[in-house]
Structures are given as structure tokens and as C-alpha cells.
Design a protein around this ligand. Structure first.
Ligand SMILES: CC(C)(COP(=O)(O)OP(=O)(O)OC[C@H]1O[C@@H](n2cnc3c(N)ncnc32)[C@H](O)[C@@H]1OP(=O)(O)O)[C@@H](O)C(=O)NCCC(=O)NCCS
Length: 305
């Protein structure tokens, strides 16, 4: 197991991961951010170099993280060899299984490995089986104008509480802290209403994926999210990032609007796996919007629709 800290190796890795797109998307987006200032303080592990069989990104061990905060305790994985994947994810020098964490990846082996290790350790695993969506040609995205009286702008940290209280993982102190990190350091966009606060917004995360796209319920169905996603996609594309996201399969409004904008659904599942040893689940039912996540399913297979 090696920690890649040399900038030329990390650049080389970025290029290798680019060749493996779209399977490498979450790891590729994370490594791109690591190579551009690393605002989420991630580090990159490989089993061997330069012929790696697995790449794992994880929170930097030199930073003190809140052990109950699975938002910032974020891992992504891409493997070429399932045995190497099992060996690294089961190695407690690579993954700290005593802390709450989440891991994201597009390959079923990541899901199966985490499920099996969690079971063997007697830990609960929550699974969110998203559909991966990628925009094949962001400059060709249809341009939607916003209504007069509304204004496109970056999201402000002053909006973090509103964003936390409308997010499926929100309503708690770590979600507020995590959203503040995203707002301050990663591209985002919102549509400000005439009174000032945003009526529609979208963020991006340390994987460079679009996340927490939201329109206030009373403003839905008027295409407000389209210019917001257009502005965010343009920022990401201008910086060389892929424009991609993940959506739960039953979230028809979200799938509809993204497909209107030209996003394509990729095959397979975009797994988000959350392990919280010894910590009570912090997802209150009232935070779940009807268009968002179902109750997490422990150890189930991803849904087909
Ligand atoms: C997904 C979401 C951001 C879309 O925002 P929006 O500004 O309403 O976007 P649009 O106006 O383009 O509507 C998108 C789809 O929502 C549905 N919709 C239309 N009117 C609606 C209304 N009054 N209320 C709810 N949904 C409506 C339709 O399916 C529409 O697609 P269509 O125009 O092809 O019929 C918004 O529904 C939302 O905030 N949902 C809850 C949070 C969420 O699920 N976020 C995405 C996480 S991946």
C-alpha cells in the first residue's frame, strides 16, 4: 500500500484515470481536486505503482476528523482487480473502520466488499444506489434563461442553514459544516429570488459531482433549476472537470430535468455506502423530501428502477 504524495505521480494517475472514464468518474473527480489545491484534504492510496490494481482516496490521516462525521470522512474507490480491492478495503491501515465514513464508487465490487466486511465486523451499512448521469457535451447544453427579477449567483455561506435544512442528510451540525466546506471551496450556483434568498441551487462535491440540486417546493415545475445547472456545468467544464451527477432511481423530477439538459444515464449503479459504527442514525424523516431518498437499505442489492 502506497500513499501517492508526489505531484508528478498524482498528475500521471489523473491521466490514467481519464483513460478509464466513465468507470473511474468518482475517483477521477477526486484526484482532479487533489491536484488543484485539495480543499477537502484527501489523500490517494494505491496498492502498487505505477501498475496499480486499486486506487483509494480517503481523508488525510494527518488531519483530525470528527469520528461521527461520515460527510467529510469520505472515500472513493476504483479497482482493476477485485482481490486487490478486498485486500485494501479490509486493511485497517487503509480504511479506518472505527469511524463513521462513506465510500462511493461505480463498481459492484466496492459495494460487495464493504457489505461483506461490515457484516463480518457486525456493523450496519446504509446503501444508496444512485443512477450515474454524465453530460457528454456540456457546451451543447440547452440554455434556459431565468425569469426577470431573479439573479444567478454563487451560493453564499449565509445560505448554508437553508441548504442543510432541505438536504436529505441535513438537519444536523456536521451537515452544516460539510455544506459550508462545499460552498466555500467547490463550484456551485443558485438563483436568487427578488427577496434575496435562493429559490433554486446546486452544489458540487469533492468528487466534482453535482449534488444537492434543489428548488423550493413552491417554485417547482418552472425550470428554475435549468439555468442553475447550466451555470454550474459551465464552471466545471471550463476547469476541465467532467459534468456528472447521481440520482436515486425513483426521483423522476430530477431525472426529467437532467435529461432535458442532455445528461445520459450510465449503466450500473453509483454506490454511496455509509458505515456508522456505534452512532445513531441522524437522518430525520421530516428532512426527506418526497423527491429524495427512501429509507436507507442495509445490504440490499441496488434497485433496477
Ligand atoms: C428536482 C428538482 C430540483 C427540479 O427542480 P425544478 O426547478 O422544479 O425543475 P423543472 O421545472 O425542470 O421540473 C423538473 C420536473 O419536475 C416535475 N414537476 C413539474 N412541476 C412540478 C411541481 N409543481 N412540483 C414538483 N415537481 C414538478 C416534472 O416532472 C418536471 O419535468 P417535466 O417538465 O418534463 O414534466 C426539484 O423537483 C426538487 O428540488 N426536488 C427535491 C430535491 C431533489 O430531489 N433534488 C435532486 C437530488 S438528485
Amino acid at each position: 500500500m502506497l500513499i501517492l504524495s508526489c505531484s508528478s505521480k498524482l498528475r500521471l494517475l489523473e491521466g490514467m484515470l481519464r483513460q478509464g472514464l466513465p468507470d473511474t468518474l468518482p475517483v477521477y473527480g477526486t484526484v482532479m481536486h487533489v491536484n488543484r489545491g485539495n480543499p477537502a484534504r484527501q489523500e490517494v492510496l494505491v496498492d502498487s505503482w505505477p501498475e496499480f490494481k486499486i486506487v483509494l482516496t480517503r481523508p488525510n490521516r494527518e488531519v483530525t476528523w470528527d469520528p461521527s462525521d461520515f460527510g467529510t470522512n469520505l472515500y472513493t474507490a476504483f479497482y482493476r482487480d477485485e482481490g486487490a480491492c478486498r485486500a485494501l478495503l479490509g486493511n485497517s491501515r487503509a480504511v479506518d473502520w472505527s469511524q463513521a465514513f462513506q465510500i462511493q464508487g461505480l463498481q459492484d465490487g466496492v459495494y460487495e466488499t464493504i457489505r461483506d466486511i461490515a457484516r463480518a465486523r457486525g456493523l450496519e451499512m446504509e446503501m444508496y444506489p444512485y443512477l450515474p448521469l454524465l453530460h457528454p457535451d456540456p457546451p451543447a447544453m440547452p440554455q434556459y434563461r431565468h425569469d426577470e427579477g431573479l439573479r444567478l449567483a454563487p451560493v453564499s455561506p449565509a445560505h448554508a442553514m437553508l441548504l442543510s435544512n432541505t438536504w436529505m442528510f441535513g438537519w444536523n451540525s456536521w451537515s452544516l459544516r460539510y455544506l459550508c466546506l462545499l460552498i466555500r471551496h467547490f463550484p456551485n450556483a443558485c438563483l436568487l429570488g427578488p427577496e434575496g434568498p435562493p429559490i433554486s441551487w446546486s452544489l458540487s462535491d469533492p468528487l466534482a459531482a453535482l449534488m444537492h440540486g434543489y428548488t423550493l417546493p413552491e417554485h417547482r415545475g418552472q425550470r428554475h433549476i435549468a439555468p442553475v445547472v447550466g451555470m454550474l456545468a459551465a464552471q466545471l467544464h471550463a476547469r476541465g472537470f467532467p459534468v456528472y451527477t447521481r440520482v436515486l432511481p425513483h426521483n423522476k423530477p430530477s431525472l426529467q430535468h437532467l435529461q432535458h439538459l442532455g445528461f445520459r444515464i450510465l449503466p450500473g449503479a453509483f454506490h454511496q455506502l455509509v458505515v456508522r459504527p456505534g452512532f445513531a442514525q441522524s437522518q430525520p424523516a421530516h428532512a426527506l423530501d418526497s423527491g429524495q431518498a427512501p429509507a436507507p437499505s442495509s445490504g440490499e442489492r441496488p434497485c433496477a428502477q
